[in-house]
Design a binder for this molecule. Structure first.
Ligand code: G3H
Ligand code: 13P
Ligand code: ZN
Length: 317
């Protein structure tokens, strides 16, 4: 069942975080739904601007509608990840999305406020909620390269002013993470002092953590053992998801980790079966492995086992 993102956040706030998982194809969708049912977790499925143009946006939307029929017990929200203003209007008009992300964080503060405010007005008129972003994550974000040393953590006072001025429903904050498989060169991690300071300014307000993949070292080793060359790949410690959730982080974005599972399965499969050319055998393995991976992430997030309680919460809303 597709439900408003806002209602899922209400249930999760301060207790656990929802995994927000990106999809680009049907195998990812099947693994994601299976893993969330197996772990009895509510979740957020998200489609990025890039994913919408990979084939045709209608293809992914149709996959999600069909997955909803195949897994009627699933409870989830559908979210546009890293949209520009036009993507947001497109998704708002379509009536299919529970929430959209307007990513205008690369603009100066006031411009970010103005763009976000326009999107909020359009979204709220249709009952859709809006995630906005303030601060810059390290690594690669959309088309912009930001040096990790210059990564700009979200300022708590600015976060307060931004939320009040825009009316956005959740805020993606730069708190030390970055997108992709190469997040940290040393022992860096989530800046909990910063999350805590933002929560103090915005108590009860849902925060979002991008760049949350854990880049499991076993996965990287297996990829490299099967012909890959991913030297120095490193992610967020998954044991830190729940402490972040307790500080108001309600949505934890995980995409890269799913790509790593895909790469490991396919590299190992074709290494071990060099004469094979059918896409279905590795596709089957991937769906099962991805389901297991998703269930394990939901355990770290604390969303595992919350499905029944979240459904009850949705019913009373
Ligand atoms: O934060 C970005 C997400 O991982 C989506 O990646 O833009 O390559 O689809 P993408
Ligand atoms: P990762 O690259 O860490 O998976 O982050 C994904 C993300 O933030 C999607 O918006
Ligand atoms: Zn992101």
């Amino acid at each position: 069942m597709i439900v408003p993102t806002r209602v899922l956040f209400e249930h999760a706030y301060g207790k656990y975080a929802l995994g927000a998982y990106n999809i680009n194809n049907l195998e990812q969708a099947m693994g994601l739904f299976r893993g969330c049912i197996d772990s009895q977790a509510p979740f957020i499925i998200q489609i990025s601007k890039g994913a919408r143009s990979y084939t045709d946006k209608r293809m992914l939307e149709a996959i999600i509608r069909t997955a909803d029929e195949i897994f009627p017990e699933a409870l989830f929200a559908v979210h546009l990840d890293h949209g520009d203003e036009q993507n947001c209007y497109d998704c708002i008009e379509s009536g299919f999305y529970s929430s959209v992300m307007i990513d205008a964080s690369h603009h100066p503060f006031q411009e970010n406020v103005e763009i976000t405010r326009r999107v909020v007005a359009a979204a709220h008129a249709r009952g859709i909620s809006v995630e906005a972003e303030l601060g810059m994550l390290g690594g690669v974000e959309e088309d912009i390269q930001v040096d990790e040393k210059n990564a700009n953590l979200t300022d708590p006072d600015e976060a307060y002013a931004f939320v009040k001025e825009t009316g956005c429903d959740s805020l993606a904050c730069a708190i030390g993470t970055s997108h992709g498989a190469y997040k940290f060169s040393g022992s860096q991690g989530i800046h909990f002092d910063r999350v805590s300071a933002i929560q103090a300014k915005l108590p009860g307000f849902p925060l979002v953590m991008h760049g949350s993949s854990s880049v499991p070292q076993e996965e990287v080793a297996r990829i490299n053992g099967a012909g890959g060359a991913m030297k120095g790949a490193k992610g967020v410690d998954a044991n830190q998801y729940l402490p972040a959730a307790k500080l108001g982080v309600c949505k934890v974005n995980i995409d890269t980790d799913g790509r790593l599972v895909w790469t490991r399965v396919h590299r190992e499969y074709f290494r071990d079966n060099p004469a094979e050319f059918d896409l279905r055998p590795p596709g089957k393995i991937f769906m099962a492995e991805y389901a297991k991976f998703i269930a394990s992430r939901n355990e770290f997030l604390g969303s595992a086992g919350q499905l029944a309680a979240a459904k009850e919460h949705v019913l009373v809303k």
